[in-house]
Design a binder for this molecule. Structure first.
Ligand code: MG
Ligand code: MG
Ligand code: MG
Length: 308
């Protein structure tokens, strides 16, 4: 039985590239593996990356029941395919905090506090002398640039920079800044995109002290890009909160150039969110200087404030 390699729901470029890269690694080392994604269509940035390097979009997989699974870029049940509890999880490669997925048998588990799962995978290829195809290296390079916001995110480490330097050579890419700007343009394009798609473009649910908290992020070249759709975004976020019986839904509008995020907050207890970020909401919004990373700068203070 093939091992299905999957990243988190609402897949980002790291989840897609990591699934491809780890499936290729498993195959190269003697395990039948298939990359899959929890989506029928990918975000514009991931599409651009696959097109650019001539990689096929992995097939969709939304139910893991009865399957052998390898997880990349997450280990939280809330971000897993349905019936993950009825799957056999055989491997996890990640760069997040350890989540709540447990296994009945010993597994391959490799995680490092670096900026991107593809950085961890690059080191696995390198340390074990596994050949890395040019097109897979290209996708991994893009994932690292995306996850580290072109090295500007506080999650970025020297390992990420070293991986980019090596992957650039393998993939035959000369201008990583140009590549990043091309990706940012694709990722932040909102023209004609339905509001729901914008909300779920990069969306994650968390359990914080027994409360369901949704946090989504839109990375933008400038906040002006969303000026005309703010009212629609607010309506859409309120609907997501109500439909999923969520305690809070928070959207991070991240200005990649100014290096900070405006939070759009819909919460049963907004005071907890104000406390988490040591600020005041005005009309349900708050600017947080320097906030680029959900994982490192948004989730931990919230977990602390929610006592999770
Ligand atoms: Mg990710
Ligand atoms: Mg990642
Ligand atoms: Mg991300």
């Amino acid at each position: 039985m093939s091992v299905y390699v999957v990243g988190h729901s609402s897949p980002d470029t790291d989840s897609v590239a990591s699934a491809i890269a780890f499936a290729n690694y498993l195959k190269a080392t003697g395990t039948d593996a298939t990359p899959v994604v929890q989506a029928t269509s990918l975000n514009p940035e991931s599409k651009l990356v696959l097109d650019k390097f001539g990689l096929a979009q992995p097939e969709a997989l939304t139910d893991a029941g009865g399957k052998k699974m390898a997880l990349v870029d997450f280990s939280d049940i809330a971000q897993a395919p349905a019936n993950i509890g009825k799957a056999e999880v055989v491997a996890i490669v990640d760069h997040h905090k350890i989540g709540d997925i447990t296994t009945g048998s010993p597994i391959f588990f490799y995680a490092k506090p670096v900026g991107c799962t593809c950085t961890v995978l690059y080191e696995m290829y390198k340390n074990n002398n596994v050949a890395l195809p040019k097109n897979v290296a290209g996708a991994m390079l893009c994932a690292i640039l995306s996850d580290t916001v072109n090295f500007k995110s506080p999650t970025c480490t020297p390992e990420d920079k070293a991986a980019v330097a090596a992957l650039t050579k393998i993939a035959g890419v000369s201008d990583t800044n140009g590549l990043f700007m091309e990706m940012l343009k694709a990722k932040s394009s909102i023209d004609g995109v339905p509001i729901k798609d914008l909300i779920f473009r990069d969306y994650k649910d968390f359990d914080m002290g027994g409360k369901k908290i949704g946090i989504c992020q839109l990375e933008l070249a400038t906040l002006d890009q969303v000026a005309a759709i703010r009212a629609d975004l607010a309506k859409g976020l309120q609907a997501v909160k109500a439909e999923g019986k969520r305690h809070s839904v928070i959207m991070m509008l991240t200005d990649v150039v100014k290096e900070g995020s405006e939070l759009l907050v819909f919460s049963d207890e907004p005071a907890i969110i104000e406390k988490a970020f040591n600020g005041k909401l005005s009309n349900g919004t708050m600017w947080v200087n320097g906030m680029m990373s959900r994982k490192k700068q948004t989730v931990p203070p919230l977990q602390k404030a929610f006592g999770a």
